[in-house]
Design a protein. Structure first.
Length: 109
């Protein structure tokens, strides 16, 4: 078990992160952090872990899991097959066409 999740004898399970652990994770992520950033991120992640520890003590019995804090409805309409213009009609107004397709300038050389 990572040391940031080792139980403290007085407080039970206490989540914390050390500068060494943060530096190790930053190295794995190929992030080049200076000492000031390591200090800042260690404090910020420590605060996040402390908040998560508070949330771990909440009684969530009978509460169903959710993926979003608010209910979300799909705003897209259902796909429907409809008649559309033919390829000949679609390219009829094109400045240039070839074999029923638009002819455009070459962009990648």
């Amino acid at each position: 078990m990572p040391s940031c999740f080792l139980p403290s004898p007085k407080e039970g399970l206490k989540m914390r992160i050390t500068k060494q652990e943060l530096a190790h994770v930053a190295e794995l992520a190929r992030l080049n952090l200076n000492e000031e950033s390591v200090e800042l991120f260690t404090k910020q992640l420590g605060d996040i872990l402390a908040y998560m520890e508070k949330l771990n003590h909440l009684d969530t019995e009978g509460i169903s899991p959710t993926s979003h804090a608010i209910s979300i409805t799909n705003a897209f309409r259902e796909d429907r097959v409809k008649p559309s213009v033919s390829a000949d009609v679609a390219v009829s107004n094109a400045p240039e066409s070839e074999n029923g397709a638009f002819t455009v300038p070459k962009v990648i050389g």
